[in-house]
Design a protein around this ligand. Sequence first.
Ligand code: KIV
Length: 264
Amino acid sequence: MSKITSFSLLECKREGKKFTALTAYDASFANAFDSEGIDVLLVGDSMGMVLQGHDDTLPVSIADIAYHTRCVRRGVKRSLLIADMPFMSYATIEQAMTNAAILMQAGANMVKVEGGHWLLETVTKLTERGIPVCAHLGLTPQSVHLFGGFKIQGRDDDNAQRILTEAKALEAAGVQLLVVECIPAQLAKTISETLTIPVIGIGAGADTDGQILVMHDVLGISSGYIPRFSKNYLKQTGEIHEAIRAYKDEVEKGIFPSSEHTFN
Ligand code: KIV
Protein backbone atom coordinates (compact mmCIF):
# COMPACT_ATOMS: atom_id res chain seq x y z
CA MET A 1 0.00 0.00 0.00
CA SER A 2 1.74 3.17 -1.14
CA LYS A 3 0.89 6.54 0.34
CA ILE A 4 -0.96 9.05 -1.81
CA THR A 5 1.04 12.17 -2.66
CA SER A 6 0.45 15.06 -5.00
CA PHE A 7 2.66 13.15 -7.45
CA SER A 8 0.45 10.05 -7.40
CA LEU A 9 -2.57 12.30 -8.04
CA LEU A 10 -0.68 13.84 -10.95
CA GLU A 11 -0.09 10.31 -12.25
CA CYS A 12 -3.87 9.62 -11.94
CA LYS A 13 -4.54 12.76 -13.98
CA ARG A 14 -2.05 11.73 -16.67
CA GLU A 15 -3.63 8.26 -16.86
CA GLY A 16 -7.18 9.67 -16.88
CA LYS A 17 -8.06 7.89 -13.60
CA LYS A 18 -10.53 9.82 -11.42
CA PHE A 19 -9.68 10.07 -7.72
CA THR A 20 -11.83 10.67 -4.65
CA ALA A 21 -11.69 13.03 -1.69
CA LEU A 22 -13.83 13.51 1.42
CA THR A 23 -13.77 15.82 4.38
CA ALA A 24 -12.87 14.19 7.71
CA TYR A 25 -12.67 15.62 11.20
CA ASP A 26 -11.87 12.70 13.50
CA ALA A 27 -9.73 9.56 13.68
CA SER A 28 -12.54 6.99 13.34
CA PHE A 29 -14.11 8.36 10.16
CA ALA A 30 -10.64 9.14 8.77
CA ASN A 31 -9.66 5.51 9.33
CA ALA A 32 -12.85 4.26 7.63
CA PHE A 33 -12.33 6.54 4.60
CA ASP A 34 -8.62 5.74 4.40
CA SER A 35 -9.23 1.98 4.56
CA GLU A 36 -11.90 2.22 1.82
CA GLY A 37 -9.35 3.86 -0.49
CA ILE A 38 -10.44 7.50 -0.43
CA ASP A 39 -7.36 9.20 -1.85
CA VAL A 40 -7.55 12.63 -0.21
CA LEU A 41 -8.92 13.65 3.20
CA LEU A 42 -9.58 17.31 3.91
CA VAL A 43 -9.88 18.71 7.42
CA GLY A 44 -12.20 21.37 6.06
CA ASP A 45 -13.28 24.59 7.68
CA SER A 46 -16.75 23.26 6.76
CA MET A 47 -16.42 21.99 10.35
CA GLY A 48 -17.76 25.43 11.32
CA MET A 49 -21.09 24.39 9.83
CA VAL A 50 -21.26 20.59 10.15
CA LEU A 51 -19.52 20.16 13.53
CA GLN A 52 -19.95 23.50 15.27
CA GLY A 53 -23.41 24.43 13.95
CA HIS A 54 -22.56 27.90 12.62
CA ASP A 55 -24.20 29.39 9.51
CA ASP A 56 -20.84 29.74 7.73
CA THR A 57 -17.16 28.82 8.09
CA LEU A 58 -15.90 32.17 9.41
CA PRO A 59 -15.82 31.36 13.15
CA VAL A 60 -13.36 28.47 12.69
CA SER A 61 -9.93 29.07 14.23
CA ILE A 62 -6.48 27.75 13.48
CA ALA A 63 -6.60 25.93 16.85
CA ASP A 64 -9.82 24.17 15.74
CA ILE A 65 -8.25 22.99 12.48
CA ALA A 66 -5.01 21.97 14.21
CA TYR A 67 -6.91 19.91 16.81
CA HIS A 68 -8.97 18.06 14.18
CA THR A 69 -5.90 17.59 11.95
CA ARG A 70 -4.13 15.84 14.87
CA CYS A 71 -7.22 13.61 15.33
CA VAL A 72 -7.51 12.76 11.63
CA ARG A 73 -3.75 12.10 11.32
CA ARG A 74 -4.07 9.27 13.86
CA GLY A 75 -6.63 7.53 11.62
CA VAL A 76 -4.78 7.88 8.31
CA LYS A 77 -2.28 5.48 6.76
CA ARG A 78 -2.55 6.01 3.02
CA SER A 79 -4.62 9.08 2.09
CA LEU A 80 -3.15 12.53 1.41
CA LEU A 81 -4.16 14.75 4.34
CA ILE A 82 -4.96 18.39 3.57
CA ALA A 83 -5.76 20.94 6.30
CA ASP A 84 -7.79 24.07 5.57
CA MET A 85 -6.35 27.45 6.52
CA PRO A 86 -9.35 29.16 8.17
CA PHE A 87 -10.70 32.68 7.59
CA MET A 88 -8.05 35.42 8.09
CA SER A 89 -5.34 32.96 9.11
CA TYR A 90 -3.38 33.78 5.92
CA ALA A 91 -4.30 37.44 5.43
CA THR A 92 -0.60 38.37 5.44
CA ILE A 93 2.39 36.31 4.33
CA GLU A 94 3.70 36.22 7.92
CA GLN A 95 0.37 34.90 9.23
CA ALA A 96 0.29 32.32 6.45
CA MET A 97 3.79 31.08 7.35
CA THR A 98 3.08 30.83 11.08
CA ASN A 99 -0.33 29.19 10.71
CA ALA A 100 0.62 26.81 7.88
CA ALA A 101 3.52 25.62 10.05
CA ILE A 102 1.06 24.86 12.89
CA LEU A 103 -1.08 22.73 10.56
CA MET A 104 1.89 20.90 9.04
CA GLN A 105 3.19 20.14 12.55
CA ALA A 106 -0.29 18.87 13.45
CA GLY A 107 0.11 16.25 10.71
CA ALA A 108 -1.11 17.80 7.45
CA ASN A 109 0.62 16.92 4.18
CA MET A 110 -0.64 20.10 2.52
CA VAL A 111 -2.60 23.26 3.38
CA LYS A 112 -5.54 24.73 1.47
CA VAL A 113 -6.20 28.44 0.92
CA GLU A 114 -9.15 30.21 -0.71
CA GLY A 115 -8.56 32.91 -3.29
CA GLY A 116 -6.84 33.94 -6.49
CA HIS A 117 -4.46 36.71 -7.52
CA TRP A 118 -3.96 38.20 -4.05
CA LEU A 119 -2.51 34.86 -2.89
CA LEU A 120 0.19 34.38 -5.51
CA GLU A 121 3.10 35.67 -3.42
CA THR A 122 1.86 33.77 -0.36
CA VAL A 123 1.76 30.53 -2.37
CA THR A 124 5.27 31.08 -3.68
CA LYS A 125 6.64 31.83 -0.21
CA LEU A 126 4.94 28.80 1.36
CA THR A 127 6.16 26.40 -1.32
CA GLU A 128 9.68 27.88 -1.23
CA ARG A 129 9.73 26.95 2.46
CA GLY A 130 8.55 23.40 1.83
CA ILE A 131 4.82 23.72 2.48
CA PRO A 132 2.68 22.21 -0.32
CA VAL A 133 -0.41 24.27 -1.16
CA CYS A 134 -3.85 23.43 -2.53
CA ALA A 135 -5.77 26.47 -3.82
CA HIS A 136 -9.58 26.87 -3.84
CA LEU A 137 -11.48 28.93 -6.45
CA GLY A 138 -15.11 29.51 -7.45
CA LEU A 139 -17.52 29.58 -4.50
CA THR A 140 -14.96 30.18 -1.76
CA PRO A 141 -17.08 29.95 1.42
CA GLN A 142 -14.87 32.35 3.42
CA SER A 143 -16.10 35.09 1.02
CA VAL A 144 -19.78 34.21 1.43
CA HIS A 145 -20.66 37.70 2.65
CA LEU A 146 -18.91 39.29 -0.32
CA PHE A 147 -20.86 37.01 -2.67
CA GLY A 148 -24.17 37.70 -0.90
CA GLY A 149 -24.74 34.02 -0.16
CA PHE A 150 -23.61 30.55 -1.24
CA LYS A 151 -24.03 31.26 -4.97
CA ILE A 152 -22.69 29.60 -8.12
CA GLN A 153 -19.64 31.52 -9.40
CA GLY A 154 -18.27 31.99 -12.92
CA ARG A 155 -21.63 32.11 -14.67
CA ASP A 156 -20.86 35.14 -16.86
CA ASP A 157 -17.96 35.33 -19.30
CA ASP A 158 -15.92 37.91 -17.35
CA ASN A 159 -16.04 35.94 -14.12
CA ALA A 160 -15.39 32.64 -15.86
CA GLN A 161 -12.35 34.17 -17.59
CA ARG A 162 -11.10 35.61 -14.26
CA ILE A 163 -11.36 32.21 -12.54
CA LEU A 164 -9.49 30.52 -15.41
CA THR A 165 -6.77 33.20 -15.35
CA GLU A 166 -6.41 32.87 -11.57
CA ALA A 167 -6.19 29.07 -11.84
CA LYS A 168 -3.32 29.39 -14.32
CA ALA A 169 -1.54 31.99 -12.18
CA LEU A 170 -1.87 29.84 -9.03
CA GLU A 171 -0.38 26.87 -10.86
CA ALA A 172 2.51 29.04 -12.04
CA ALA A 173 2.98 30.28 -8.44
CA GLY A 174 3.44 26.69 -7.24
CA VAL A 175 0.14 25.19 -6.05
CA GLN A 176 0.07 21.39 -6.43
CA LEU A 177 -3.71 20.92 -6.33
CA LEU A 178 -6.75 23.07 -7.04
CA VAL A 179 -10.30 22.76 -5.66
CA VAL A 180 -13.06 24.37 -7.74
CA GLU A 181 -16.42 24.75 -6.01
CA CYS A 182 -19.84 25.47 -7.51
CA ILE A 183 -18.89 26.63 -10.97
CA PRO A 184 -20.45 25.65 -14.32
CA ALA A 185 -19.30 22.24 -15.55
CA GLN A 186 -17.92 23.64 -18.82
CA LEU A 187 -15.65 26.07 -16.96
CA ALA A 188 -14.42 23.31 -14.63
CA LYS A 189 -13.70 21.14 -17.68
CA THR A 190 -11.70 23.94 -19.33
CA ILE A 191 -9.70 24.56 -16.13
CA SER A 192 -8.97 20.83 -15.69
CA GLU A 193 -7.86 20.49 -19.32
CA THR A 194 -5.75 23.66 -19.19
CA LEU A 195 -3.85 22.97 -15.97
CA THR A 196 -1.19 20.31 -15.53
CA ILE A 197 -1.92 19.95 -11.79
CA PRO A 198 -4.92 17.87 -10.65
CA VAL A 199 -8.21 19.74 -10.21
CA ILE A 200 -10.77 18.54 -7.63
CA GLY A 201 -14.39 19.53 -8.14
CA ILE A 202 -17.37 19.99 -5.82
CA GLY A 203 -20.50 21.13 -7.60
CA ALA A 204 -18.35 21.51 -10.70
CA GLY A 205 -19.49 18.66 -12.95
CA ALA A 206 -17.95 15.34 -13.91
CA ASP A 207 -14.93 16.53 -15.90
CA THR A 208 -12.54 17.48 -13.10
CA ASP A 209 -9.70 15.08 -12.22
CA GLY A 210 -11.12 14.26 -8.79
CA GLN A 211 -14.25 14.87 -6.73
CA ILE A 212 -14.66 15.99 -3.13
CA LEU A 213 -17.76 16.00 -0.90
CA VAL A 214 -18.46 16.91 2.71
CA MET A 215 -18.75 13.63 4.66
CA HIS A 216 -21.95 14.72 6.42
CA ASP A 217 -23.65 15.14 3.03
CA VAL A 218 -22.48 11.72 1.80
CA LEU A 219 -23.88 10.17 5.01
CA GLY A 220 -27.05 12.28 4.91
CA ILE A 221 -26.57 13.77 8.36
CA SER A 222 -26.19 17.47 7.52
CA SER A 223 -28.84 19.33 9.49
CA GLY A 224 -31.79 19.06 7.17
CA TYR A 225 -30.24 20.35 3.96
CA ILE A 226 -28.11 18.48 1.42
CA PRO A 227 -26.76 20.67 -1.40
CA ARG A 228 -28.01 19.84 -4.89
CA PHE A 229 -24.51 18.88 -6.06
CA SER A 230 -24.08 16.29 -3.29
CA LYS A 231 -25.45 12.77 -2.84
CA ASN A 232 -26.59 10.77 0.18
CA TYR A 233 -24.85 7.41 -0.33
CA LEU A 234 -25.90 6.08 3.08
CA LYS A 235 -29.55 6.22 2.02
CA GLN A 236 -28.68 4.17 -1.06
CA THR A 237 -26.56 1.56 0.73
CA GLY A 238 -27.60 1.51 4.40
CA GLU A 239 -24.06 1.00 5.76
CA ILE A 240 -21.22 3.48 6.18
CA HIS A 241 -18.40 1.44 4.58
CA GLU A 242 -20.66 0.48 1.67
CA ALA A 243 -21.66 4.13 1.26
CA ILE A 244 -18.01 5.16 0.96
CA ARG A 245 -17.31 2.32 -1.50
CA ALA A 246 -20.32 3.38 -3.60
CA TYR A 247 -19.13 7.01 -3.68
CA LYS A 248 -15.62 5.95 -4.73
CA ASP A 249 -16.94 3.52 -7.34
CA GLU A 250 -19.35 6.04 -8.87
CA VAL A 251 -16.66 8.74 -9.11
CA GLU A 252 -14.13 6.36 -10.63
CA LYS A 253 -16.67 5.11 -13.19
CA GLY A 254 -17.82 8.65 -14.04
CA ILE A 255 -21.36 7.98 -12.73
CA PHE A 256 -21.16 10.71 -10.05
CA PRO A 257 -21.69 13.59 -10.46
CA SER A 258 -24.51 13.19 -12.96
CA SER A 259 -26.47 16.01 -14.63
CA GLU A 260 -28.78 16.35 -11.61
CA HIS A 261 -25.72 17.29 -9.48
CA THR A 262 -24.26 19.68 -12.04
CA PHE A 263 -24.61 23.39 -12.89
CA ASN A 264 -24.51 24.34 -16.55
O1 KIV B 1 -14.16 23.18 4.03
C1 KIV B 1 -14.44 22.30 3.22
O2 KIV B 1 -14.97 21.24 3.56
C2 KIV B 1 -14.09 22.53 1.83
C3 KIV B 1 -14.64 21.57 0.81
C4 KIV B 1 -16.07 21.75 0.64
C5 KIV B 1 -13.90 21.64 -0.49
O3 KIV B 1 -13.41 23.46 1.52
